[in-house]
Write a protein that binds this ligand. Structure first.
Ligand code: ZN
Length: 174
């Protein structure tokens, strides 16, 4: 840049973009229809229950839809659904308010735990001082197809939802 600052953009999964926009950022077409961030106050059980109530697809797909809530990727969706005791394949519109309470809390807790543990799931991820992310060492169900559930020893099951690997314990998650 003109002031001598070097700006580098590293996007190994190529999901990112840089766009020039001079209006209010929340009015940009890529942002205005996004759901709340899980860690902001607007993400409540009431909100989640209302947002899911019209959805016919599988719960996990709805939780990974940025129009409902942003930032819940595949691994975190799997882990949060296990923590909440809800099966990923359930029709989203049939999830109860009480389950939405558990889900909202589990999504927040899963993300906070991942942030604390260093975040990323990318194999080549390192933080600003070069340390790798460590969240992948603490998965309850993700990638544990056929292994015993840590809570009940039932074998973790695998299925595909919208082309994404989904893992759950058939005993702990209903
Ligand atoms: Zn279990």
């Amino acid at each position: 840049l003109q002031n001598g600052t070097v700006l580098r953009y590293h996007d190994p999964r190529r999901f990112g973009a840089w766009l020039w926009f001079s209006g209010a950022v929340e009015t940009h077409q890529l942002i205005e229809k996004l759901g709340p961030e899980p860690l902001e106050d607007a993400f409540t059980a009431d909100y989640l229950h209302a947002a899911l109530s019209t959805q016919k697809r599988a719960l996990k797909l709805a939780l990974m839809d940025n129009h409902i809530v942003v930032g819940v990727g595949n691994i975190y969706a799997n882990e949060a659904l296990f923590a909440a005791g809800v099966r990923p394949t359930r029709p989203a519109g049939q999830v109860s308010h009480e389950e939405c309470q558990r889900l909202a809390a589990a999504i927040r807790a899963t993300l906070l735990r991942a942030i604390e543990a260093g975040g990323s799931t990318l194999r080549d991820f390192t933080d600003a001082i070069g340390k790798p992310g460590y969240f992948q060492q603490h998965y309850a169900v993700y990638g544990r197809d056929g292994l015993p559930c840590h809570a009940c020893a039932t074998l973790v099951q695998h299925t595909r939802l919208g082309q994404r690997s989904s893992f759950y314990c058939p005993h702990c998650q209903t």
